[in-house]
Design a protein around this ligand. Structure first.
Ligand code: COA
Length: 165
């Protein structure tokens, strides 16, 4: 979609291959993609907002995705969309529960900002079971996690849980 700026929003605590799958696919669909990293204090993130942004930036750079930028946000995603000229919100939907929840959010966001549409992408099957909290739990319990997170994330994730790379 030439001329269209999209945003892919989430907490990304931390970014996983499930997220990078969506980022890479959305990057070819839109002229510009902004990964919008929500502060989301209610989730009590393990990584600070600056750390989450830096990990995604390193991941995007490693993947060579030149039309993708990363920005933090606090407050409403519609305000972020307005301020950044975003007309499409990208969301990943893994399960039927995700679809119901995303549909509700998409309708509410359009109600708040009618110029904003939501595009939902199904994850590639190998990542359909992934979530950041599952990855954090596995890391904390000593399981191998290199299959689930991008290279720049792995050492930081292991260190956060007192493990060696
Ligand atoms: N691959 C792997 N994991 C995925 C995934 C994918 N494709 N898509 C989602 N997930 C995981 C995430 O890692 C996250 O895991 P966790 O709960 O273990 O941390 C979980 O699924 C939920 O992700 P998501 O639905 O993106 O929620 P989020 O909490 O990461 O982010 C915000 C939600 C911040 C984007 C959303 O709450 C928001 O926009 N808030 C702003 C306030 C606002 O505008 N509210 C009004 C909305 S109508």
């Amino acid at each position: 979609m030439p001329g269209v700026t999209a945003a892919y929003s989430g907490t990304f605590d931390p970014v996983t291959f499930g997220h990078t799958d969506i980022i890479a696919r959305a990057a070819v669909m839109f002229e510009r993609l902004i990964v919008a990293v929500g502060l989301n204090p209610s989730k009590n993130p393990r990584f600070s907002i600056d750390e989450r942004v830096a990990l995604i930036e390193a991941t995007v750079e490693e993947a060579g995705l030149h039309n993708v930028s990363v920005k933090p946000f606090d407050g409403l995603i519609v305000d972020f969309a307005r301020e950044n000229n975003v007309s499409v919100l990208v969301r990943g939907v893994r399960t039927v529960t995700d679809v119901d929840y995303e549909k509700q959010m998409a309708i509410m966001n359009r109600d708040l900002f009618p110029q904003l549409d939501t595009v939902m992408l199904a994850p590639s099957p190998e990542y359909a079971h992934l979530s950041s909290s599952l990855v954090r739990e596995l890391t904390g319990l000593g399981a191998p996690v290199e299959k689930y997170v991008p290279k720049p994330v792995l050492p930081e994730l292991l260190a956060r849980f007192g493990r060696q790379s």
